[in-house]
Every structure is written in structure tokens, then in C-alpha cells.
Design a protein around this ligand. Structure first.
Ligand SMILES: *[C@@H]1O[C@H](CO)[C@@H](O)[C@H](O)[C@H]1NC(C)=O
Ligand SMILES: *[C@@H]1O[C@H](CO)[C@@H](O)[C@H](O)[C@H]1NC(C)=O
Ligand SMILES: *[C@@H]1O[C@H](CO)[C@@H](O)[C@H](O)[C@H]1NC(C)=O
Ligand SMILES: *[C@@H]1O[C@H](CO)[C@@H](O)[C@H](O)[C@H]1NC(C)=O
Ligand SMILES: *[C@@H]1O[C@H](CO)[C@@H](O)[C@H](O)[C@H]1NC(C)=O
Length: 667
């Protein structure tokens, strides 16, 4: 057996899995979750999972596919003795489980349909915590001579909170180049000097954060939300768990979120607001624990009853069960049907737990501020700002009614309406225990519209976010909470978007060939000035808002003759005119027998742009860029500089003093 070990170890070191990984976060055959480099808030709850892998075949084949079931695991504090984990945490030794899974080593193996098989021996310890700040080593020993060492750091946290409330805005997919583009179209500049600025331009602190996942450098919104809310990096599609190798997407090792901690430590109300399906990754990330963000009905179940209720066999004694405010879309997970949990009526279940329920903007404005409130305003994601405000006829025929009767959802609130109402409810409910409140509000469709190369709609969403932040600050001042409220604005990842010139759309339309049309694009000096801040000639001179126009802080003209010329780092085949899609969000590419191709019905008079993505992708994808972080209010100075996405969790937790001894004393 010793000889097998030596030979196989050599083989194992030759594997450089990248596109496919046996198990991200576990390059060796012994896996420790939380893995090396994990950070913790003192007292933050987490699970430990240990796995020993014995690949049966493939380049890592080892020990005839027999995993070591007698592995040992200990915890070392500083330079002390390594103490067996069950005695260190004073818990019973968990039961060992064994199973197998398969994976592809690379694209060749996938094409040949030759998955590698791995046998596993595993254990999970549930709901532990480390109260003392410091350095820890978690050491797994297996196959006699092998070991995996995870270095953990428990950060220290202040005892006195500086912030009473936290309002965390996430512009999903929002990069600095998008903020710059939004400023260009919504704020007038004279001789190179802006006459007004974005609210984000005027925040007290600016920093930027690195967004990469634990096991890939491009992130999605699930693991990036996880990083922002828990201070832990994880895998694409995972929400507040480390992805393990078992088949159950709900038994992966969990860790506690900022919302759960705020509830457990501060006993204060929490709010979740999004312009997306409320089960989408960014809102779901506050309360859910699953390896698969697409388990949408279960995510709604978790919102209402908590993670413990979803998996009663798995201990998890912390919860943000029943958030005080839940505003967004995704009605199909609430009315009974194939997209709701067990096909049950979740409006009725929320009502049974004491929720007020509102279905439209009129209802949102009219409802009181005493009760927990669920506001679900459409199926899917909410209509976009441009369609709600500039071309509202685009909402007709969508059949997006939150009641599920396929009528139209014509009376939808915007992000600003939802956030201001949410503040009022949270502010009122916080009095119950004399606490502050915590809210996350997401401008989700910046990302969604960037995915579909609908730059105008994405920027409309971004301007709506900026307008919401402006109105929020004013409202907090009005109610006397501005000085108590830390506002953080950031993104979860970027897209490779930027503006590089302008397009004379009139000249463009007059030409017939792709190459002639491209001559309508002018760069450098030829880009000229923003046409979006100049009122079109047909506009009346009075302030009446007419078709296609808005302001202030929004473009006055969404269809200038000289439109911005913009592009993405990654895109499918598509057609481009640079003119806004007036009849509704774009569908730039469609599936065909030959993979994804340009949608000839989208911008039919455009020139053809050959894609640079694999031909299964019908949308643009996320990119690597760092994203900006803006902050205002108490604790905002800590957000200056360059740091990792996980640091944002610790900065917020520190402002609230969410450690075991932390408290907030109102002055
Ligand atoms: C994988 O597990 C299944 C059942 O758990 C078992 O029947 C099968 O033999 C295992 N495969 C290998 C290659 O060990
Ligand atoms: C591993 O074994 C399984 C069957 O047990 C087989 O389907 C698969 O093709 C093998 N994979 C490789 C890489 O040899
Ligand atoms: C107040 O604290 C109690 C006890 O922890 C808790 O059950 C209740 O939900 C809290 N109220 C609010 C509005 O958060
Ligand atoms: C708003 O929702 C309520 C409750 O479902 C409904 O009675 C009302 O007609 C709706 N109003 C509009 C304008 O859609
Ligand atoms: C503004 O201009 C429009 C179009 O010319 C006109 O119909 C409207 O009466 C004017 N409104 C005011 C308040 O002058």
C-alpha cells in the first residue's frame, strides 16, 4: 500500500484542473471546510466538513478507490497542542458517511463522456463557533502520511457600535465605467465641467473591492453575495455554504450571515428589497443556505421559516426567518403552482405568519408601518425603470401580475418607492427592542440588462439606484436617522462594459452595409458631447415631461441622434445599432441548431458583431474587474482603500459591533 501511495501522489500532483474541478476549494485528497484562509467574526456560527477522497480512476486514481475512513482532525490555537476537534468544541464525534461522485477532468473527458469516479468518506460538525480572536490551524490527517492544513483567522471586533442602522445598497454588476456612463447621459457638462453630479460621486468614502470566488476568478452573484454578507469566499452558485461533494444541495457546510447575526445579537428588524425575483441570489443571500442558487421555491421557504425548518435533521440554531420587510418580484414562487414550494400558496403562508401583503405601488403607499410586510409586484423581475417611466406601454401584454392570473402588472413601484417604505417600516419596528435596523436593497437589473447588452436599460437602472440613494439620504435626514445610519453602496461583480465614442444614428440608418454603418461611429474628438442631456428640438420649452424624456438626474432625451457607442468584453453574436430598444428589453441572441446565433429580430438594421463566447451563451457574462465601494455615515471612513469583498462584511459587522460583547448605546 505504501508504494501505491508514493506513485499516486506523484500522479495527483500532475492534475491542473481549471475548467472542471474535482471539488473547488479542495485541490488535495483531504478537504477541510472552512478551508485555508477562512476568516470569522468572533462567535459567528459555522459548520465544519471533512472529506477524504479516493479517486477510482482518471489521472488522480488512488488507493484502489478506497477512502481513508479513519482520518483524524484537530484544532491548534497559536503554537499550542493540536486538540481533537470534538473535545476542542465539546461536541459528539459526527457520524461518518460514505458515497461517491463523478466529475470531468477537462473538456476532452466531457466530449468522450468519461467521467472520473471518486469515493468519499466524510463528516460534518454543525453550528460551531470560535469566540476568541486569533490564529487557528485546522489539521486533517489521512492515508497515513498526508495532511491538509487550514489556517483560520478569527478577527477581533469592537465592543461599541458606531452605527445604529445599516443600509446596504448593491448595484448588481455595477462597475465604475457604468457609473461614469450614467453620469454622462444624466448630468450636463459645460466645457468639461459637470454642472451636477451623481449621488455616488458625493459620498464620504470611496474604496474598491476584489470580487473573485474561492475557486474561480470570475464570480457570480451567489458567491459574491455570500462574501459580502458573511466574510467567506465560496463557489459559483453557492449561498452561505461551502460547496461539498454530496448530492444534497442543502446539507453543505453553512456559515452565518450578517442578517442572521443582526437578528441573533441585536434583535433588530431586517429588510430585503430587490428589483429582481426576491429568490434571486443577491436577496436570497441574506437568509439562504444552499449550494444551488436555483432552488428558488426552497429559498422562499427559508425566508419564511428559516434554514433549520427546511432541513430539520441539520442543526442550525440561527435564523433570519421572517424578515420584517421583503419587497421585490418573483410572484411565481408565491401563488400556488409549479414554481412554488410544494406547489403551495405562499401568500397565504406569509399572511398566516402575520404579514401584510401588497401587490402594487398603490398598495405599497397605502399600507401601514407596524406589520411585517411582503410586497411582491410582478412575476419574474420587476419592469425596468425605462419601461416604467419612459415607455410604460411596454408593460402591457407582459402578463406579469403578482396574482398569477396573467393580467398585466401595470402599477409597479420603483426601487425608491420600495426603499423609502421599507425604511419607515423598519424604523417603526426597531422601536420594539430599542434597536436599529439592517436593510439590503438591490438594483438588480443593472446586471440583468448588461447581460442582454441593453446598455440603455442598464444605465436607467443605475440612475434609479443613484436617485434612490439621493432620496434615501434626504429621507434619513428628515427622520433624524442620517447620523445613525451607515450607508454602503457597492456591486457584487462587474461586466466588461464601457463607452468608447458616439454614433451618428441618422448616418448609420442611411447606410446599407455593415462596413458603411460602422463609419457612423466616431471616436476621440469625433465623440463630441453627450446628446442625452440636450433637449430634443421637438420638446416644448416648459417642464412638461414628454415621450422619451425625463429629468433631473436622468437623461432628458433617451434617443439623441448622437448616441453613445459602447461595448462589452464578452458577448454572443448579435446586431448593433447603438439606438435604444424602444419596445422593451433586448434579446440579442437566440439558440439555433448550430448553437447560439444573433437574433435577427433584435436591432434588424444593425451591423453584425461576431461573438467571442462559447456558442452555448446567449448573453454577455461577468468580468474580472474590481468594483467601487461608496459609504456615508458612521463607520464610513473604514471603507476607504483597496480590499477584498469579504472585508465588507467585517467592516459592517464592526460598525454594528456584532461580536459576542458588542452593543449599541444610543447617545
Ligand atoms: C458508487 O456508489 C454506488 C452506490 O452508492 C455503488 O453501487 C457503486 O459501486 C459505486 N461506484 C464505485 C465506482 O465505487
Ligand atoms: C471511470 O469509470 C467509470 C465506470 O466505473 C467509467 O464510466 C468512466 O469512463 C471511467 N473514467 C475514466 C476517466 O476512465
Ligand atoms: C425583539 O426581540 C425579540 C426577542 O429576541 C424578538 O423575538 C423580536 O422579533 C424582536 N423584534 C423585532 C421587531 O425585531
Ligand atoms: C392593487 O392591489 C390591490 C390588491 O390586490 C387591488 O385591489 C388593486 O386593484 C390594485 N391596484 C392596481 C392599480 O392595480
Ligand atoms: C407645456 O407645453 C405643452 C406642449 O406645447 C402644452 O400642451 C402644455 O399646456 C404646456 N404646459 C404649461 C404648464 O405651460
Amino acid at each position: 500500500m505504501q508504494r501505491t501511495l508514493g506513485v499516486s501522489l506523484l500522479c495527483a500532483s500532475l492534475v491542473y484542473a481549471q475548467t472542471y474541478q474535482r471539488l473547488g476549494t479542495c485541490p488535495s485528497l483531504g478537504c477541510v471546510f472552512p478551508p485555508d484562509q477562512a476568516n470569522f467574526l468572533p462567535g459567528q456560527l459555522f459548520d465544519i466538513r471533512l472529506e477524504v477522497h479516493a479517486p477510482v480512476n482518471g489521472s488522480e486514481a488512488f488507493n484502489n478507490g478506497v477512502p481513508d475512513e479513519k482520518f483524524s482532525f484537530c484544532i491548534q490555537v497559536g503554537d499550542g497542542e493540536c486538540q481533537d476537534a470534538s473535545s476542542f468544541f465539546s461536541v459528539a464525534e459526527p457520524v461518518l458517511s460514505t458515497y461517491n461522485f463523478t466529475w470531468y477532468e477537462d473538456l476532452f473527458a466531457e466530449e468522450a463522456e468519461t467521467p472520473s469516479v471518486v469515493n468519499v468518506a466524510a463528516k460534518s460538525y454543525r453550528a460551531l463557533s470560535l469566540a476568541e480572536p486569533g490564529e487557528y490551524k485546522a489539521i486533517l490527517k489521512y492515508f497515513g502520511t498526508q495532511q491538509t492544513v487550514a489556517r483560520w483567522q478569527v478577527r477581533s471586533t469592537p465592543k461599541e457600535a458606531v452605527a445604529k442602522n445599516v443600509l446596504f445598497f448593491i448595484g448588481d454588476g455595477m462597475t465604475q465605467s457604468m457609473i461614469t456612463a450614467a453620469r454622462l447621459i444624466a448630468h450636463k457638462s459645460i466645457n468639461g465641467v459637470y454642472q451636477s453630479l451623481m449621488q455616488m460621486d458625493q459620498m464620504e468614502a470611496l474604496g474598491h473591492q476584489m470580487t473573485h470566488s474561492i475557486d474561480s476568478y470570475i464570480t457570480d452573484s451567489a458567491n459574491s453575495a455570500t462574501a459580502l454578507y458573511t466574510g467567506k469566499k465560496s463557489t459559483v452558485n453557492a449561498l452561505n455554504v461551502y460547496a461539498d461533494s454530496s448530492s444534497d444541495p442543502f446539507d453543505d457546510p453553512k456559515f452565518e450571515t450578517i442578517a442572521e447575526l443582526f437578528r441573533r445579537r441585536r434583535h433588530g428588524p431586517i429588510g430585503v428589497v430587490s428589483t429582481a425575483d426576491i429568490a434571486d441570489a443577491t436577496p436570497a443571500g441574506l437568509c439562504s443556505h444552499t449550494r444551488l442558487r436555483d432552488e428558488l421555491p426552497s429559498i422562499i421557504f427559508e425566508f419564511l421559516y428559516g434554514a433549520q425548518a427546511l432541513t430539520p435533521d441539520v442543526e442550525w440554531p440561527t435564523s433570519c426567518e421572517g424578515p420584517d420587510v421583503l419587497f421585490g418580484a418573483g410572484a411565481e414562487h408565491f401563488f400556488p403552482g409549479e414554481d412554488s414550494y410544494n406547489e403551495e400558496d405562499f401568500y397565504a403562508k406569509f399572511a398566516a405568519e402575520g404579514y401584510e401583503i401588497v401587490y402594487n405601488k398603490t398598495g405599497l403607499e397605502a399600507t401601514g408601518v407596524d406589520q411585517k410586510t411582503l410586497g411582491i409586484f410582478s412575476t419574474g423581475n420587476l419592469a425596468k425603470w425605462i419601461d416604467r417611466n419612459v415607455w410604460p406601454e411596454n408593460l402591457v401584454g407582459g402578463g406579469a401580475s403578482p396574482l398569477g392570473d396573467e393580467s398585466d402588472a401595470l402599477d409597479q413601484p420603483g426601487l425608491k418607492d420600495m426603499v423609502i417604505k421599507a425604511i419607515n417600516i423598519l424604523q417603526n419596528r426597531a422601536q420594539e427592542n430599542g434597536t436599529g435596523w439592517f436593510m439590503m436593497a438591490e438594483a438588480a437589473s443593472i446586471d440583468k440588462m448588461m447581460h442582454s447588452l441593453d446598455y440603455d436599460r442598464a444605465l436607467g437602472e443605475l440612475l434609479e439606484l443613484d436617485d434612490t440613494i439621493r432620496a434615501t439620504i434626504a429621507h434619513l435626514e428628515e427622520i433624524g436617522e442620517a447620523e445613525n445610519t451607515l450607508i454602503v453602496v457597492t456591486a457584487d461583480h462587474g461586466h466588461g462594459f464601457d463607452i468608447y465614442g458616439s454614433t451618428d444614428t441618422k448616418y448609420f440608418a442611411s447606410k446599407d452595409t455593415d462596413r458603411e454603418k460602422r463609419n457612423a461611429v466616431s471616436v476621440y474628438q469625433g465623440s463630441g458631447l453627450s446628446g442625452y442631456t440636450v433637449e430634443p428640438e421637438s420638446l416644448p420649452t416648459n417642464d412638461t415631461i414628454v415621450f422619451g424624456a425625463q429629468g433631473p438626474n436622468f437623461p432628458v432625451n433617451w434617443e439623441p441622434r448622437y448616441a453613445f457607442a459602447a461595448g462589452m468584453a464578452a458577448y454572443p453574436d448579435h446586431k448593433e445599432t447603438f439606438k435604444i430598444a424602444k419596445t422593451g428589453p433586448r434579446t440579442p441572441a437566440v439558440k439555433s441548431d448550430d448553437g447560439v446565433i444573433a437574433n435577427e429580430k433584435d436591432k434588424p438594421s444593425g451591423f453584425h458583431v461576431g461573438g467571442n463566447l462559447d456558442i452555448t451563451q446567449a448573453q454577455g457574462v461577468h468580468s474580472l474587474t474590481d468594483v467601487s465601494v461608496f459609504a456615508n455615515g458612521p463607520g464610513s471612513d473604514k471603507f476607504r482603500g483597496v480590499y477584498n469583498s469579504i472585508d465588507i462584511f467585517y467592516k459592517i459587522a464592526d460598525a454594528l459591533a456584532l461580536g459576542p460583547e458588542g452593543k449599541y448605546e444610543a447617545c
